[in-house]
Design a protein around this ligand. Structure first.
Ligand SMILES: NC(=O)c1ccc[n+]([C@@H]2O[C@H](COP(=O)([O-])OP(=O)(O)OC[C@H]3O[C@@H](n4cnc5c(N)ncnc54)[C@H](O)[C@@H]3O)[C@@H](O)[C@H]2O)c1
Length: 349
């Protein structure tokens, strides 16, 4: 396994391998960039096949957080931690406490929150060992409501850019995934007058969407092919790929799922097809905003107010992409880089 030569490494500042024999903890903490502030990013627990897979995930996710914080205008850098193990069977208080102690040794250069395989309650345990754990129960808690609101605002910005109208009345949105974010996004869309077509692999989630929003159900492998104004991926990563892009019939893609593009070149493939893509990490940053505003003592109203700014950020990116005739994700990356790399130059001057 190589670290410095890994394609995901991309100028990480620090990568920490953590092992605690007593609790069985094996974890990796990746800090990509701290020019704008401490590397903030969730703590994921997952039964990775091997160390190399865990490392790749940590590096990829930490880098993504640098871009997300920068484009959102938050005072954070990018970091992420992964615990190697099955959260259903291997997560113990001792293991989480050991993780908390490792995070604490970094003195705030890395700060964590919940992620796949960890919960708000787990953050409460980490917090007993380190002050650098966020999203505690009773504090900011579940980030999904803010994430859903941010996606709704980003989706409307994309509509405005394409059609010079951002109301949803009479429009059709195809939503893939009706989990914590997807079902809340459906609520915003339905309240705004959109017709919903939905898919989930969970039958109970489908039934709830039919009942609550009058949604039309379709099979999970058909949802991206639906003739709709917007396709909103809120389930899996890599949903925009060589196989799915030729089948898309919606003019806009705007959803919460992380890493929607299977490969960077797929952003350009969407542009060539005339599909307007609202970059995932730009419009799904509500959860991060929730943590930031919550830590500052802000309430839910303050979170939503700050999250609403995703509308203007998205619009700025879409306008610049059109002007420069580039893919929207390329422009989002560039704008984020201008912020976090520019900051280092400013400090050095
Ligand atoms: N929760 C947040 O605040 C947040 C923040 C940023 C990004 N995201 C991303 O948004 C996405 C959704 O997050 P979530 O918190 O709602 O997760 P979730 O696990 O609550 O919901 C995901 C839903 O997708 C469904 N699903 C899985 N495979 C599917 C398939 N093939 N077809 C259709 N449906 C399928 C699942 O059954 C589930 O209902 C994820 O990619 C997540 O990384 C979430």
């Amino acid at each position: 396994m190589t670290v410095f030569d890994s394609p995901e490494f991309d100028r990480h500042e620090q990568v920490v391998f953590c092992a605690d024999a007593d609790s069985g903890l094996r974890a990796i903490i990746a800090i990509h960039n701290t020019n704008l502030g401490p590397g903030l990013g969730g703590c994921r627990m997952w039964p990775y096949a091997d160390d190399a897979e865990a490392l790749q995930d940590a590096l990829r996710l930490a880098r993504g957080m640098t871009y997300k914080s920068a484009i959102t205008g938050l005072p954070y850098g990018g970091g992420k931690s992964v615990i190697i193990g099955d959260p259903k069977t291997q997560k113990t208080e001792a293991l989480l406490r050991a993780m908390g102690r490792f995070i604490d040794t970094l003195g705030g250069r890395y700060q964590t929150a919940e992620d796949v395989g960890t919960t708000v309650t787990d953050m409460d345990i980490l917090r007993q060992e380190t002050e650098f754990a966020h999203g505690l129960s009773g504090a900011s808690g579940d980030p999904s409501p803010a994430t859903a609101y941010g996606v709704f605002m980003g989706l409307r910005a994309a509509l405005y850019f394409k059609h010079e109208r951002d109301d949803l009345r009479g429009l059709t949105v195809a939503v893939q995934g009706l989990g914590n974010v997807g079902k809340r996004l459906c609520r915003y869309l339905a309240d705004a007058g959109a017709r919903l077509i939905v898919a989930d692999i969970r039958e109970d989630a489908m039934q709830a969407a039919i009942r609550d929003f009058g949604a039309t159900p379709v099979s999970p492998d058909a949802i991206h092919k639906i003739e709709a104004d917007v396709f909103a991926p809120c389930a899996l990563g890599a949903i925009l790929n060589d196989a799915t892009i030729p089948d898309l019939r919606a003019g806009i893609v705007a959803g919460s799922a992380n890493n929607q593009l299977a490969e960077p070149r797929h952003g350009e493939a969407l542009r060539e097809r005339g599909v307007l893509y609202a970059p995932d990490y730009v419009i799904n940053a509500g959860g991060l905003i929730d943590i930031h505003v919550g830590e500052d003592g802000g309430d839910q109203e303050a979170v939503l107010k700050r999250t609403a700014e995703i509308y203007n950020t998205t619009l700025t990116i879409l306008e610049r992409a059109a002007r420069e005739e580039r893919a929207t994700d390329t422009i989002a990356d560039r704008m984020a880089e201008e912020r976090f790399r520019g900051q280092r130059k400013a400090r050095a001057a």
